[in-house]
Design a protein around this ligand. Structure first.
Ligand code: NDP
Length: 294
C-alpha cells in the first residue's frame, strides 16, 4: 500500500492531486494533501476523498509531490519538512523549477536518504484535469521507475537525464511558448493595422506554415475572444523564460531570441500584471500598435 502526499493545491496541483486520490481509492493506498492555505486542502479532501494533513504527517509519505510557484517556495517547504523526513521517500517536484535549485535540493535530501526528482509538467490545467500531463523527469531513473505508476495525472512520462534536466527542458519549452505567442501577436498586430480581418488571417495561418500552438489554440480562444481566462499566470511564464535565459548564460550558449523573450515577458508582467493569464502579454503589443487583437 503506497502513501502519496501532494503539497501545493493550486491551479495545477488541485486537479493533479485528485487523480492521486482516485488511484489511492482504487488501489487501497492513501493520498495525503497539504496546502499553505489549509481551507483548500480541506476542500480537496471533501471533494476528492484525499486526507488533509499537516506537514509532519505529509513527510511520512512514500512519494512526496510538490507543485509550487518556483524553486524558492520548494526550498521553504523543504526546510520545514526536513526534520520529519524519512529515508526511502522519493520526492517528485512538479514545480517548473530552476536547474541550479535541483542540484542543491537533491544534495540536501540525499543527506536524509530522500531521492529528489525534478519532474515539471506540461499540458496546462486542462491536461491536469484530464490526467494527460506530460512529465519531464531529471534524476535517478531507477527511482523514477519505482514511482512512475503513482503519477496518475500523467499521460506521458519521459526521463530526460540527470538532476536538473527536467527543469531545463521545461524552461526551454515555455520559452518557446513565449516566442510563438509573442511572434503571433506581433504578426496579427501588423495585419490588423493593414486592415485585415484577424479571424480570417488566423484561419489562414493555422492552415499554413506559420502556425503554432499559440496560433491554433491560445490566440483564438483567449485573445481574439477577449476572455484571457487566468489558468497560467503571466508571472509564471516570465519566470520560466527567465530560467531559460539564465540557463543560456550558465552553459555559455548563444540564444538571443530566448534572452529577448525573457525580457519581453518580464516587461509584460510588469505592465499587465503577473496574475493575468499569460496570453495577456499581447496587451502590450496592442498598446504598442494602438489596436485590439479581436
Ligand atoms: P498557482 O499560483 O495556482 O498555485 C500555487 C500553489 O503554491 C498554491 O497551492 C499556493 O498556496 C502554493 N504556495 C505559494 N507560495 C507558497 C509558499 N511560500 N509556501 C507554500 N505554498 C505556497 O500556480 P500553478 O498551479 O498555476 O503553478 C504551479 C507550478 O506549475 C508553477 O511552477 C507553474 O509554472 C507550473 N505550471 C503551471 C501550469 C498552468 O497552466 N497553470 C502548467 C504547467 C506548469 P496558497 O493556496 O496558500 O496560495
Amino acid at each position: 500500500m503506497t502513501t502519496t502526499a501532494f503539497l501545493g493545491l493550486g491551479a495545477m496541483g488541485f486537479p493533479m492531486a485528485a487523480h492521486l486520490a482516485r488511484r489511492a481509492s482504487a488501489q487501497g493506498g492513501r493520498a495525503l494533501v497539504w496546502n499553505r492555505t489549509a481551507a483548500r486542502a480541506a476542500d480537496h479532501a471533501a471533494r476528492h476523498g484525499s486526507e488533509a494533513v499537516d506537514l509532519g504527517a505529509a513527510a511520512q509519505a512514500d512519494v512526496l509531490l510538490t507543485c509550487l510557484p518556483t524553486s524558492a517556495e520548494v526550498d521553504e517547504v523543504l526546510a520545514a519538512l526536513q526534520p520529519h523526513l524519512r529515508p526511502g521517500t522519493v520526492w517528485v517536484d512538479c514545480t517548473s523549477g530552476h536547474p541550479e535549485a535541483a542540484a542543491r535540493q537533491r544534495a540536501l535530501l540525499a543527506e536524509v536518504g530522500v531521492t529528489f526528482l525534478d519532474a515539471p509538467v506540461s499540458g496546462g490545467t486542462n491536461g491536469a484535469q484530464a490526467g494527460t500531463l506530460t512529465v519531464m523527469v531529471g534524476g535517478d531513473e531507477a527511482a523514477l521507475r519505482r514511482v512512475e505508476g503513482e503519477l496518475a495525472f500523467a499521460g506521458k512520462v519521459v526521463h530526460v537525464g540527470g538532476s536538473g534536466t527536467g527543469f531545463a527542458v521545461k524552461a526551454v519549452n515555455n520559452a518557446l511558448l513565449a516566442v510563438n505567442l509573442w511572434a503571433a501577436g506581433e504578426g496579427l498586430a501588423v495585419l490588423g493595422r493593414a486592415g485585415v480581418d484577424l479571424g480570417a488571417a488566423l484561419n489562414v495561418i493555422n492552415a499554413s506554415s506559420g502556425r503554432s500552438n499559440a496560433s491554433e489554440n491560445l490566440i483564438g480562444q483567449r485573445v481574439l475572444s477577449r476572455e484571457f481566462p487566468a489558468t497560467f499566470a503571466l508571472g509564471l511564464l516570465a519566470k520560466d523564460a527567465g530560467i531559460a535565459a539564465e540557463l543560456t548564460a550558465t552553459v555559455k550558449g548563444s540564444a538571443p531570441v530566448l534572452a529577448q523573450v525573457a525580457a519581453l515577458m518580464r516587461g509584460a508582467a510588469g505592465v499587465v500584471g503577473p496574475e493575468a493569464d499569460h496570453t495577456a502579454a499581447l496587451k502590450l503589443i496592442e498598446a504598442m500598435n494602438g489596436l485590439e487583437l479581436r
